[in-house]
Write a protein that binds this ligand. Structure first.
Ligand code: GLA
Length: 735
């Protein structure tokens, strides 16, 4: 049983293989209080952790100090306006202008499996995979019902949470939701640090630790999308946490818009952590009978360091979030023309690239930005999804057929959410852009965001997507989104609903991608947002891979891919070999190293093969062979972080081990060479300590225990930016 209710103690206990999550109903007022989350417990009786017997007593014992109680109790879902002065999950405004919400327990139900969240991405699982708990709380005065939804996975240390708020008031009753977060966790661990991911365009998801202190701190997006800058993930880590030791509480938000993840220590040394939709410019009008569904938070506790958390998220997302028909398939090795040609291409040029690529074993040509309307540069034509016949005579069909004739697949780039002021679409419908009436909306990359919350605009965009995808044999789509939202305003929403626009926009994007998933199930979809600004679990529900960063430099990618792989499986990380000097940093790295780094992702090329040096071209067949040899392992195996260049400033190392522990691949990148230096010892992980492994291509055999506890030595290499792959295969002991 993953979920149990203990009637005597009025306690709920959620169990995963190694963790327990426990909460209970406090007697008279019916408050739902959080007791415990961490290593698995046999017994549910931990209610003493809520301290309801200590002063300030619970209200029924001493009503005089109700506020003191409310300000100290570990609420499972804290609300605003009644005397809990810490961070809340739910804040409202009534028509009368009041904001108090007080929730009490009403009922609960437990069932096997997991329900989907209407209109939202969410993890899924069968009755054998998980069990779910629904707890109903309500505020009788307001006529407001709150359903807390939990799912505990039976084979993974995962607990998911989400919240539904329903207005059950009388007919005229309107409640404005000004904040609806999805999860809260109170706990005593005040000496923890917060691990989060930060960056900028071309520098996404770098890891950062911050020691927790008194006061609130967190990560946020108010950009209308997940963003390059911050990521909807935090982990609370115990002091000196490592890959293999220490406690980690991971929180990850399955959402692609504004978010808030906040934590901080209070006056009593309790750490409260919350996560959900950012309340910035959020105001949702809830009429009687209407419900608001908040997105899901995925919580993972690991008592064995960061590595166990990482592999738990990887397994969850691979098996219980990504739905694409491609999720378990080896993806075709693609060549994308963006860095190769930018806007300067035509059918002839693309076919020359395709011919050169096909000869070397590359399997798909992806035509990036610039094939439609008047799109000769990035100042115009977004929204005009009609083929530019000047560049592509014969249209997409001719090009796709020619590429197919070479034995290659064909894919395209689109940016369906946008409109350029210099476009036929904008000239016909200037009001279709998100904007504040009377104010000239700010441009970004010379483009506006379409107001997809209006059904006629969404239908128009969908009709264009379908028409393009049906016009030729298109097997892959890169769905881009190249600006953030500002000047929020929709001509379709009433004034008291303008605060819904951010969230409605995200729902509309989900609606379009859901249609794409349903109507074109065989298309391989890769999401993208100016590189990796919308790399989040929400988008993975629709696409099995996401372009990780516009920075394709192998060395810059080390930290970007390390931070990304902290929570995302390697199979989701868009990674390509590009030309040098690298277009974002000007660095020159060996072609081999670029290949090794891209092999830890989806793998492909992003260059003009017709202009590549013969020496580099000659290496492509070998890289193609490595991809085919190791991709099953990389896609399906367990990921271990062995060393981090971000920490040691010298070298990087990661390892993938097959689930049956028969095969492993170690990637080592020596960033800077050192004079007169000896070899580095790498302590591997995840092998069978009782088995023996051969280093492929040699006759060297080591015990799994030797490789993990004593280590494998990696010689100091000549030069900077050098790399190596070490493949290990389990052999019989007497071999
Ligand atoms: C974004 C993407 C790039 C490329 C360009 C095209 O920046 O991240 O890969 O597709 O748009 O304009």
């Amino acid at each position: 049983m993953a979920v149990t209710y203990f009637e005597n103690q009025k306690t709920f206990k959620l169990d995963t293989p190694n963790t327990s999550y426990i909460m209970g109903i406090q007697d008279q007022a019916g408050y739902l209080l959080h007791y415990y989350y961490g290593k698995k417990l046999n017994q549910p009786d931990v209610s003493h952790l809520a301290r309801t017997w200590e002063p300030p007593y619970t209200p029924e014992r001493n009503d005089r100090d109700k506020l003191s109680f409310l300000d100290a109790a570990p609420f499972e879902y804290p609300t605003g306006g009644i005397g809990d002065f810490r961070e809340h999950c739910l804040e409202i405004r009534t028509e009368g202008g009041h904001n108090a919400v007080e929730l009490s327990y009403r009922s609960h139900s437990i069932r096997r499996g997991k329900q989907s969240l209407p209109g939202l991405p969410a993890t899924f699982g069968t009755e054998a995979d998980c069990e779910s708990l629904s707890i109903i709380l309500s505020d009788e005065l307001l006529g407001l019902e709150v359903e807390l939804l939990y799912t505990a996975f039976t084979h993974l240390d995962v607990i998911t949470r989400s919240v539904k708020v329903t207005n059950l008031g009388t007919k005229e009753n309107v409640i404005f939701l000004t904040k609806v977060l999805s999860a809260c966790l109170d706990m005593d661990n005040q000496d923890y640090s917060m691990l989060s991911l930060h960056g900028a365009w071309a520098r996404e998801r770098r890891m950062q630790y911050r020691k927790l202190g008194i006061g609130r701190q967190g990560v946020f997006s108010e950009r209308g999308e997940t963003s390059h800058q911050d990521h909807p993930f935090i982990a609370l880590t115990s002091p000196n946490v490592t890959q293999t030791g220490g406690e980690v509480y991971g929180f990850h938000f399955v959402y692609s818009g504004n978010f808030e993840a906040q934590t901080g220590v209070d006056q009593f040394g309790v750490t409260r952590t919350v996560m959900g939709i950012n309340p910035y410019n959020f105001c949702w009008k809830l009429r009687s009978g209407e419900a608001f569904q908040a997105p899901e938070v995925v919580m993972v506790y690991s008592g064995e360091g960061l590595g166990h958390m990482t592999r738990t998220y990887h397994d969850l997302y691979r098996n219980h979030l990504i739905r694409s028909a491609w999720k378990d398939r080896k993806r075709p090795i693609l060549i994308n023309n963006w860095e190769g040609t930018y806007f300067d291409f035509n059918t002839e040029k693309l076919l020359a690239i395709a011919r050169g690529a096909a000869e070397l074993g590359i399997e798909m040509l992806v035509m990036d930005d610039g094939w439609f309307g008047n799109r000769f540069d990035d100042n115009r034509a977004l929204g005009d999804w009609f083929v530019n016949e000047q560049k592509l005579p014969g249209g997409l069909k001719y090009l796709a057929d020619e590429i197919n004739r070479l034995g290659m697949k064909f894919g395209i780039w689109m940016e369906p959410e946008m409109v350029s002021p210099d476009s036929d679409l904008y000239r016909a419908h200037p009001d279709w852009a998100i904007q504040v009436p009377g104010r000239r909306a700010g441009l970004c990359r010379n483009q506006y965001v379409l107001d997809l919350t209006r059904p006629e605009i969404l239908e128009y965009v969908w009709e264009r997507i379908c028409a393009i995808l049906k016009s030729a044999h298109i097997e892959y789509v890169k769905w881009d989104m190249n600006r953030q939202l500002a000047d929020l305003g929709s001509f379709a929403l009433e004034s008291d609903r303008q605060g819904e626009l951010y969230h409605r926009y995200v729902l509309a994007v989900y609606e379009l991608q859901e249609r794409l998933h349903r109507e074109f199930p065989e298309i391989l979809l890769e999401n993208c947002s100016g590189g990796g600004a919308r790399f989040d679990p929400g988008m993975l529900y629709y696409s099995p891979q996401i372009w990780c960063s516009d920075d394709t430099d192998a060395i810059e990618r080390l930290a970007i891919q390390e931070g990304t792989a902290l929570i995302y499986p390697l199979s989701t990380i868009g990674a390509h070999v590009s030309d040098c000097p690298n277009h974002t940093v000007g660095r020159i790295t060996p072609f081999e190293t670029r290949g090794h780094v891209a092999l830890a992702g989806t793998f492909g090329y992003e260059l003009d093969i017709t202009r590549l040096s013969q020496q580099d071209r000659d290496m492509i067949p070998r890289q193609v062979e490595l991809y085919h040899r190791y991709n099953d392992l990389v896609r399906e195996g367990d990921y271990y972080r062995i060393a981090s260049y971000r920490e040691n400033h010298e070298f990087d190392c990661w390892q993938v081990v097959s689930k049956d522990r028969k095969q492993a691949l170690v990637t080592f990148v020596q960033v800077l060479g050192r004079a007169n230096y000896h070899s580095r010892v790498l302590r591997l992980q995840g092998l069978d300590p009782d088995a023996c492994y051969r280093i492929q291509g040699t006759d060297r055999i080591f015990g799994g225990d030797t490789l993990m506890y004593a280590g494998l030595s990696m010689e100091n290499m000549w030069g900077d930016f050098r790399s190596g792959l070490i493949s290990l295969v389990r052999v019989a002991k007497n071999n």
